[in-house]
Design a protein around this ligand. Structure first.
Ligand SMILES: [Cu+2]
Length: 273
């Protein structure tokens, strides 16, 4: 009997725990904003919609920044899960204004109650003041309105957005490092967002460039094998693999080409972990 209980009690206990955990999971609805930071909230005046703005960090750096919007009807307070959402970042530099690359939500339907978008802040607030305008259009009423918020943008210790003027076509391009966000030893996802400056107000995603990457540990004089050059996936996002064989300071050199015509060979991303 003693042996029996010793053997089976842990099994019975873990089974009970497991069943309990299952029923609990079904009852509790997961808050989609639990891992996010609420930046601010306000009203998209004209659209009768309250806009709650979430980000992944309370500090907004230059580079690729995701925004998560939760919308509520300003009269009823009910969740709004169907809407057209558009972002417009604007930097006022005193003598001139310019925008930045944006990714509007890919669908008019919210995912887990959130509309996900992104912007690439190409300068810090040292150079002027950023305003992000969220425009919401409610399809059932056709009502449209906007919420504009000030955004303070700081430069991170290591830049995650680079720009160059291409040697072959004379166009200006912005490259934002998206992955690895949490670098580790071994093969990491490598992802960049690529945008062309069409005008001061328009920075469309670009898929025409192709890239080669080469990681280097500058202080140790070696690189790494088995890297995969990033290729275009969608919306100007290029995906590849980068191999960090040890911790420390890595410089990932990035060459940009149009076919075989060299566009730029001067850029790199520094990554330290
Ligand atoms: Cu600027």
């Amino acid at each position: 009997m003693k042996l029996f209980s010793k053997l089976y009690l842990p099994i019975i206990l873990s089974a009970a725990f497991f069943l309990n955990a299952c029923t609990k999971d079904e009852a509790v609805t997961v808050d989609p904003t639990a891992q996010l930071i609420k930046l601010t909230e306000g009203y998209a005046t004209g659209a009768a919609t309250k806009v709650l703005v979430y980000t992944e960090s309370s500090v907004i750096n230059t580079g690729y920044t995701r925004f998560y919007l939760q919308l509520k009807d300003s009269a009823s307070g009910a969740d709004v899960t169907q809407a057209q959402v558009m972002l417009m970042p604007m930097m006022d530099m005193g003598t001139m204004k310019h925008s930045a690359p944006v990714e509007n939500p890919v669908s008019e339907k919210a995912t887990d109650g959130l509309f996900q978008a992104a912007s690439v802040f190409i300068m810090s607030s040292m150079g002027g003041s950023w305003t992000m305008t969220f425009t919401v259009r409610r399809p059932e009423s056709g009502k449209r309105g906007s919420l504009a918020i000030p955004v303070t943008v700081t430069d991170p210790a290591k830049a995650t957005v680079k720009s160059f003027t291409a040697a072959d076509d004379g166009q200006k391009y912005f490259i934002a490092l998206i992955e690895p966000a949490q670098p580790r030893i071994g093969i990491n996802d490598f992802e960049i967002g690529v945008y062309r400056k069409a005008t001061m107000m328009s920075f469309p995603a670009d898929s025409a460039l192709n890239f080669t990457i080469e990681p280097e540990m500058p202080t140790m004089g070696h690189g790494s094998p088995n890297n995969v050059n990033p290729t275009h996936a969608q919306l100007g996002h290029f995906k590849g693999k980068v191999n960090f064989t040890m911790t420390g300071f890595w410089r990932v050199h990035l060459d940009a080409l149009h076919g075989t015509a060299v566009a730029d060979t001067t850029q790199y991303f520094d990554i330290e972990f």
